[in-house]
Design a protein around this ligand. Structure first.
Ligand SMILES: [Zn+2]
Length: 71
């Protein structure tokens, strides 16, 4: 007197995940080949949410105009 329970198998179609980054913030993070994550410089005036744009010889905040000269 043994009924074996039927196993329900639901096949799920795999969604194709495109390898693209939705958030702009992520572009400010660089993952090095060693696995180390480096973050861009942030503005000391606007806070850590504001990244400084990197230029040849300086970092510049587009929000408040703060500029930090590269050493
Ligand atoms: Zn700023």
């Amino acid at each position: 007197m043994g009924k074996t329970g039927k196993k329900k198998v639901v096949k799920k179609g795999k969604k194709k995940v495109k390898n693209h980054i939705t958030s702009k913030k992520f572009s400010k993070y660089k993952i090095e080949s060693s696995g180390k994550i480096t973050k861009s410089k942030t503005c000391s005036k606007c806070g850590p949410a504001s990244f400084l744009g990197e230029h040849k010889d300086r970092f510049h905040c587009g929000k408040c105009g703060y500029t930090e000269i590269k050493k």
